[in-house]
Design a protein around this ligand. Sequence first.
Ligand code: FAD
Length: 470
Amino acid sequence: SGMDKKKVIVVGGGITGLATAYYLQKEAREKQLNIKVKLIEASDRLGGVISTEKRDGFVIERGPDSIIARKKSAIRLIEEVGLKDKIISNTAGKSYIYARGKLHTMPEGSFMGIPTRVTPFALSGLFSPLGKLRAAGDFILPKGEPKADQSLGAFFRHRLGDEVVDNLIDPLLSGIYAGDIDELSLMALFPNFYEIEQKHRSLVIGLNKSMPKPPKTAKQPGSKKGMFISLSTGLEELIYQVESRLEEGTVMKGTAVKKVVKTGGTFQVQLETREVETADSVVITTDHFHAQSMLSDYAFMEPFKDMPSNSVANVAMAFPKSAIEKDIDGTGFLVSRSSDFRITACTWTHKKWPGTSPEDMALLRCYVGKPDDQKAVELSDEEIVDLVLRDLNKTMNITAKPIFHFVTRWRKAMPQYTVGHLEKIAYVKKQLSIELPGVFLAGGSFEGVGIPGCIDQAEAAVEKVIVHLT
Ligand code: FAD
């Protein structure tokens, strides 16, 4: 409407880039904006870390397997592309932590490892009597000094002591961020915990006051729906469906973007093929290393050079159920870092997501690659499978080799929001708006890891692009 055709280039075709392209085209249609979108992806497939394998009746996730249901942007996108019928919920079974030489059930009433009820903690074998006494310090210790940021470890160690951190909070957070709790940023990841401490002093009391109480029925057997959703046909289905709804000719695969340069009011997007595309706006949705290298002419991108990112390997293994002699009731376990294990987590996927395996089969998914054991990721498939089985047999008793396995290495795929992350992002965004107005960053490296966080950023980028172009 009254504007020339404007071209937007989306760099990267993971969930962030796909959602950006999809919502841009949708907005353009609805608001009759004259916008042309092109999505450029380096690899020969879309989806980035979202990748599903199907084999012998199994649905196997090589990357993410769970979307937190509380954050609505992912469910909205799933419904947009006609996948409402395929939404499944996880079984809210017991989960465990391996610490102090054995498996312990997760204490009831823990929220990200922070107790909200005293009794289950007092009774838990996860902590020594002294550790419990130290955790009770939360009730009496003064609140910490106001700080612009601090590590999650420093914050939780002050309130609850080392044992609760090392045996519960760290394994839980490592399962999500694959990072070192003593490096990760409180304000980037859990600013609400800081606010609770500043307001209520005690985290335990503050959480109890500020958390809506879940309905009692949620804990009763029979209504065993968990906090997560997935898709019965695998999360990659979301990728296919979004891709199929993009306008003809939107996607260019197998082509990496090398550089983005401003020339007057437009941008030159240089491809590795030496071709150059011109755009009025560019949304970069790659990891921060590639984003930095595309914008290496700009000094303000330098902070991304030293922003760490960890590697993990995911190992999926199929067994006949009969091969698992010591079966444990539950959906999986996490491992505390002090334990003599190289795996960090194991999901009994056939129990967490029952439809993903044939009736008489078991599917186990494990991770290796602790922050201080990154070399585990580079072992051969056989070595990784062997070490995983060795670790599993410390708690399980698996008498057979897997029928098949998939080992997937995700190199530098876990961006680390370390102390000061928010400031870093605020600085880069400000400089972008000054030096490269019309170029936007979105994705897992920047303002939220996790699928819903990425889709939120995509939606925000769409708004910013439209404001910039109109
Ligand atoms: P990516 O998926 O990394 O996509 C970026 C894309 O950019 C890639 O396709 C890449 O090829 C492309 N690219 C890179 N360089 C260039 C270039 N120069 N030119 C063009 N294209 C380029 N989140 C959850 O919510 N639940 C989970 O259970 C969960 N589990 C996870 C498990 C693993 C092993 C990993 C790695 C992540 C997990 N996450 C999970 C996090 C979540 O998957 C990610 O935050 C999210 O998928 C990232 O999407 P993205 O589009 O930002 O990045």
